[in-house]
Design a protein around this ligand. Structure first.
Ligand code: SAH
Length: 488
């Protein structure tokens, strides 16, 4: 989601999958396998463990085999889909022995598009998987004292479906003229139409499918990637869980949106739940979803979400966590871990629209935050004002530039919360944190690997009190965690 730019993980938004697939990449040097094996070959395999992307891992003649859709302790016949020097990828041909925790995915396309990696695994076991991923990452990087860390059970949802507040679907026209909206099949640009989606908030799908029907009825030109022709590329529907606001964004190949008037009339008539209609212009062939120009078509320019008793106005491209219910759980955990005392100064690094820092402003003497996305920072400052908060201030810039600057100007925060994208902390920021040496430090991570790696340096000066993972994305392999650190 860095996807819009502010999304935490650009790949998530910039590609049309729910997230990026980070399986090991093939590189040229690795093309000859250690053992003779060919694409298409089948063999039986016992799955020994789960990898970080939710795939099953087994061994064929000592080569690791990555098998999406297979679960630990299952026996499967697998078919090789690609061969590298040290590992193979394969797909399930047949499950010979399933484990009792295997369940039927609610989404028929779960094995074809990204973002549903664990939908065939019962939810309690999904939560165990996420805690294990944290442990596996620690074992790989071995930060100081890692064997003794208190890695707490993952906090999950009572109902792990229908949580996702935003649908960002690619739009294409099929050969028979029907309009489709969905996600790309993994590692391809083949669109998989998503008439239903179990993890989306129902209103996002209701609006999405109504829009698809309208585009088809009105024969609005749909973007054709091959010829770089047509207009509508992507539909974005974002709903606020706690206010019922709904925003629609048409992402288009040009400023011109044919039949706009009829489209807006029909939306007013059939989709009264939509409170904001915007258009974002992103011309030409590009792997980025969002363009630089955003136009206001009807209704409000922003939607408002309420979290932890505060109101947040969101412009079309502003980042907000995708799971509103679990966002409150995550922020509560962050607040608890930070354990701020009255009168302390705090930095909200990688602040997005200021959600974390503003929720701390009541107790803090001063909150400062920064983010690279100017619109997000503008929203953060506007949100401070909206909530009557006068002791919080957000700046545009990278955490690695802004924090050292503040430190040089003599601002030494008592507490720092970092919430970086999947790449983790920049070295310059790491050095500055260690130099500033805040009394309180909380690391919110959306990637256990970079977290474990960053902890290697942080634990030179800090002790890990505990790691609390929170399931922000049920049915996916994604894992979010809050780490409480204390000065040694
Ligand atoms: N804390 C926010 C946002 C987390 S997502 C929330 O909970 O909603 C991570 C944020 O980091 C994004 O808003 C992204 O724009 C921002 N970002 C990415 N690289 C950055 C950098 N080097 N410095 C500061 N912010 C950065």
């Amino acid at each position: 989601m860095r996807y819009d730019n502010h999304q935490r993980d650009h790949s998530r938004n910039d590609r049309a999958g729910f997230h990026n697939d980070r399986r090991p990449r093939r590189n040229r040097r690795e093309e000859t396998p250690q053992v003779a094996v060919e694409v298409g070959q089948r063999f039986p395999l016992t799955i020994k463990r789960m990898g970080i992307n939710g795939e099953g891992i087994g061994y064929y003649k000592r080569m690791a085999v990555f098998v999406p859709g297979a679960l630990t302790d299952e026996e499967a016949v697998v078919e090789v889909t690609s061969v590298a020097h040290r590992y193979l990828r394969a797909k399930v041909h047949r499950i010979r022995k399933a484990i009792p925790h295997r369940v039927e995915p609610r989404d028929s396309y779960a094995d074809r598009v990204g973002g549903f990696e664990l939908e065939h695994l019962a939810y309690p076991q999904q939560l165990q998987f996420k805690r294990d991923i944290v442990r596996q990452s620690l074992e790989r990087y071995e930060p100081r004292g890692y064997q003794d860390y208190d890695v707490r059970p993952t906090l999950g949802m009572a109902d792990p479906y229908g949580y996702r507040n935003k649908a960002q679907f690619q739009v294409r026209q099929a050969d028979d003229g029907t309009v489709q909206a969905g996600l790309y099949a993994e590692r391809s640009h083949d669109l998989v139409d998503l008439p239903t989606c179990s993890v989306q908030m129902p209103v996002t799908m209701t609006v999405m499918r109504a829009l698809v029907q309208m585009l088809q009825d009105l024969q609005v030109p749909i973007y054709d990637e091959e010829h770089n022709s047509g207009i509508v590329k992507t539909l974005v529907v974002r709903a606020a869980a706690n206010t019922d606001d709904v925003q629609v964004v048409f992402i288009t190949n040009s400023q011109k949106l044919p039949h706009k008037h009829q489209l807006l009339l029909r939306m007013a008539d059939e989709l009264p739940q939509v409170t904001s209609i915007m258009q974002n212009v992103n011309p030409g062939k590009t792997s980025l979803i969002w363009g630089d120009t955003t136009l206001h078509l009807a209704g409000e320019e922003t939607i408002t979400e309420k979290l932890g008793g505060l109101a947040f106005k969101l412009s079309a491209r502003a980042f907000l966590q995708l799971n509103p219910a679990q966002t409150e759980v995550l922020y509560n955990e962050a607040r608890k871990a930070l354990d701020l005392q009255e009168g302390m100064t705090v930095v909200d690094a990688y602040s997005g629209v200021g959600t974390i820092g503003l929720s701390l402003a009541g107790i803090a003497q001063e909150v400062r935050g920064m983010d690279v996305i100017p619109e997000a920072v503008a929203d953060a400052n506007a949100n401070a004002a909206l909530n009557g908060i006068t002791n919080a201030h957000y700046e545009v810039g990278t955490a690695e530039d802004v924090l050292p600057q503040w430190a040089m100007d003599g601002f030494r925060p008592d507490a720092i919360v970092v919430d970086p994208p999947r790449t983790g902390l920049d070295q310059n920021l790491m050095d500055t944190i260690l130099a500033v040496h805040p009394q309180k430090l909380v690391y919110i991570s959306c990637n256990p690997s970079t977290l474990a790696k960053d902890l290697v340096e942080l634990t030179e000066d800090y002790r890990v009190d505990y790691i609390q993972s929170v399931d922000m994305m049920p049915q996916t392999a994604r894992c979010e965690a809050v780490v409480k650190l204390s000065q040694r």
